[in-house]
Design a protein around this ligand. Sequence first.
Ligand code: BV8
Ligand code: ZN
Length: 252
Amino acid sequence: MVDVRDAAKALAGAGRVVVFTGAGISAESGVPTFRDALTGLWERFDAQALATPQAFEDDPDLVWGWYEWRRSLALRVRPNPGHEAVAAIERHAPHTVVITQNVDDLHEQAGSTAPIHLHGSLFTPRCAACSGPAEPSRQPEPEEGRRLAPPRCGHCGGPVRPGVVWFGEALPVEPLESAVQAATECDVLLTIGTSGLVYPAADIPVVAARFGATVIQVNPQPTPLDEVAAINLPGTAATVLPALVEAAWPPS
Ligand code: BV8
Ligand code: ZN
């Protein structure tokens, strides 16, 4: 088991905490990461190529079908002990801000109050033409996935698109500003399950370190954030995080 004592000491002593997460925290719930090869209808595609305005323009049914498959999967899976530990940190350390790159709602399902979604959500579709909100479907999608024509906007008839940030698109201003603000003010930043390769999100742990925070990384693999982190915990979210919380706040 990874030695979490130093990390637990830093966490228990922190006034302000930021928890920054990527796809790795949802891996043990059964949600593929962006590093994992795609399956089914999309196996011959690269996630980074599909998650673009160009791909949606070229083949809207393929891309809409992919996001509906991911939404349906997110509805089927459950938060894991990693997500639950993050919610526990919020209870023990009231000045905690959760910032995620994930578009699933597993942090919310685990009890996290208001995680900042830097890259949007699978549950907030909108019109690609007038940006009017659209109702997310609750229908299950077939396991192997399918092409699916995007619904039409009830207001202008335009195609509905996923409420996520695609590569080449600017991040929504307010969430990004709140995330950067929290990073400049925190004493400890926990970065969990991210490869730290996608910008500007990957700058968040760097900003925190630059403003004097202790950065703690939880990841079974090395990443470019190894250099930024004062403490590296080489393990999985669902195994390391519960141990870290128990060491930081031993049950009385
Ligand atoms: C923009 C939503 C400009 C959609 C996503 C600077 C340098 C280089 C390139 C750029 C740069 N600035 C901008 C760019 C371009 C680009 C970018 O960063 N490209 C990279 C790839 C080189 N950035 C953009 O395009 C951004 N927009 O720059 O706009 C602009 C400005 C003004 C006006 C117009 C335009 C937009 C980026 C957001 C794209 N959308 N998601 C969707 O989900 O479909 S990004 C998406 O990929 C995720 O949200 C996430 O951010 C990223 C995947 O990364 P991770 O979450 O880290 O996951 P990954 O699979 O990579 O790694 C998993 C990790 O977990 C691994 O390390 C693994 O070891 C670990 N792990 C595995 N199992 C476990 C585990 N850890 C713990 N426990 C486990 N069990
Ligand atoms: Zn519209």
